[in-house]
Write a protein that binds this ligand. Structure first.
Ligand SMILES: [Zn+2]
Length: 487
């Protein structure tokens, strides 16, 4: 049995260099993250995949709450008249909205859309509860699913229903709201870099790419292993546009009526896709310890021999007592099968212990991301062993994974001074980020995409002057833009 499973698993891996898209879906299935359903464009997130999401959620939720945000829960339906209140917003979302027209067999008087995002519901609520400057700010967030009727779907990256969090805040002044928008973008960036070991570029979206109804949209952009860009999180500043459309007013300290300023910000289960495509390799998933459902797996070698399982259990208990998410696999599958299985599942640390190790009072510890093995002493009441593993989970592995991802991004970031250089760099080195100057004209933005294939990802906060001229029209450049092919 064990042998058969092993063969099956090895066969199933498509090499990432051969076919990246196939490699990606293989991992989603083989690491037991998702399964398809009879509902087109929707997926089951299986326990192992959902546990990753729960860890992401726990981490982010703590960061939100530390900054004073509170969780709420809005209805999942939006009446058509409510969705229609803000013109840009409805235009942006209408094409991908799903409608409820009947309740049982009865036709509804007014259609209800299944929320694609909840700005309108939050606005209606704020209009009811915000009256005075004393009611501000409101710093709300919700963890829910939303529906967008996408035509082409891929697990985690694009599905018709997906899980996310949406923060919605309302403030007395524009300055406060802008500070909130920037603060939350920083929270996302820190989370991605610290907990997901994924480097991101922070920046502002161009006019054509901003959120429907927003005054400005900020985003973090990550580069995947294949050189394609992935938007990992967004934060929007709304000004008082929504407040005016929904007639939200408050009385300020001078007893005058005033419109408040709003923000919204979100990340989705897409982050799991980003983790897969940033860190994964031909043996499967590679998970950052902070979000790995199992951080350490202990694999006993020749476990039927006397004393092996007892020693393995001691290691297990030692780590468990320190709060490490540890698993002891004492199933009758072969060690080889277990190695392949936990490599596929991306478990950050594997501990091997067999009769010879026990004789020498040691065990072998292997890191998933680079395959490095170390021999660790079991003396000192397992303190050395515990310290070694914790150091790996908290420091060396996240740092090593981050460096590896950053090296890929650096290798695939091309500085270009003309359209020809862009085309040449992409042809020669493959997809990646392009840094190039832009005049701010939408026509040039479109033309660059049409000619070279890369679209604007964001205007990075960290600007560098690569020349005075727009690479497209040759007129005076306004800023450096990060370009790329997007997921
Ligand atoms: Zn131009």
């Amino acid at each position: 049995m064990a042998k058969k499973s092993n063969n099956k698993m090895v066969e199933a891996i498509t090499s990432m260099d051969e076919d990246f898209a196939k490699w990606y879906t293989d991992i989603c299935k083989k690491a037991e993250l998702v399964e398809y359903t009879s509902v087109k464009g929707c997926m089951v997130i299986r326990p192992y995949g959902y546990a990753i999401w729960e860890n992401i959620q726990k981490d982010l939720d703590a960061r939100f709450k530390a900054l004073g945000h509170e969780n709420v829960c809005m209805p999942m339906f939006i009446p058509e008249s409510l969705l229609n209140k803000e013109k840009d917003h409805v235009e942006g979302f209408a094409p991908e909205v799903a409608w409820v027209t009947h309740g049982g067999s009865e036709k509804l008087e007014e259609r209800l859309c299944v929320r694609p995002t909840s700005e309108t519901l939050f606005c209606e609520h704020y209009a009811n509860i915000v009256h005075s400057y004393r009611d501000l700010p409101k710093l709300y967030n919700q963890w829910v699913s939303v529906v967008r009727w996408e035509k082409t779907t891929r697990p985690f990256l694009r599905s018709r229903e997906f899980l996310w969090q949406e923060g919605h805040t309302i403030h007395a002044t524009a300055e406060e709201a802008i500070a909130e928008t920037e603060q939350m973008l920083n929270v996302y960036a820190d989370f991605c870099e610290q907990s997901l070991a994924m480097p991101v570029v922070k920046g502002k979206k161009t006019e054509s790419d901003k959120f429907a109804g927003a005054e400005s949209t900020y985003a973090i952009e990550a580069l995947m292993h294949d050189g394609k860009a992935l938007q990992a999180g967004t934060s929007h500043y709304f000004g008082d546009g929504f407040a005016k459309a929904f007639d939200i007013q408050f009385t300020n300290k001078d007893n005058q009526k005033q419109y408040p300023h709003q923000t919204s910000w979100g990340v989705t289960t897409r982050l799991i896709g980003a983790v897969i495509m940033t860190h994964g390799d031909d043996s499967g998933l590679v998970l950052p310890p902070a979000v790995a459902p199992v951080q350490v797996v202990i694999v006993p070698i020749a476990q039927f021999k006397e004393g092996v399982l007892d020693e393995a259990k001691k290691l297990y208990e030692k780590l468990k007592a320190c709060g490490v998410r540890v698993k002891l696999d004492d199933s009758d599958n072969s060690p080889g099968w277990k190695f392949a299985e936990y490599e596929m599942k991306g478990v950050p640390v594997r501990v091997e212990i067999g009769p010879k190790d026990i004789e020498n009072c040691q065990c072998v510890v292997a890191a998933r991301y680079n395959g490095e093995k170390t021999t660790v002493s079991l003396e000192n009441e397992l303190e050395t062993f515990k310290d070694t593993v914790i150091e790996m989970l908290e420091k060396t592995i996240p740092a090593g994974m981050y460096e590896k991802a950053l090296a890929n991004r650096t290798k695939r970031t091309y500085r270009c001074h003309s359209m020809e250089e862009i085309t040449e760099a992409l042809e020669k080195n493959g997809d990646g980020f392009v840094e190039a100057m832009w005049c701010g004209d939408e026509a040039c933005e479109d033309k660059i995409k049409e000619v070279t294939g890369v679209g604007s990802r964001c205007i990075p906060f960290h600007q560098e002057n690569l020349g005075d001229k727009c690479v497209c029209c040759g007129k005076e450049a306004k800023c450096m833009v990060l370009w790329g092919k997007a997921y």
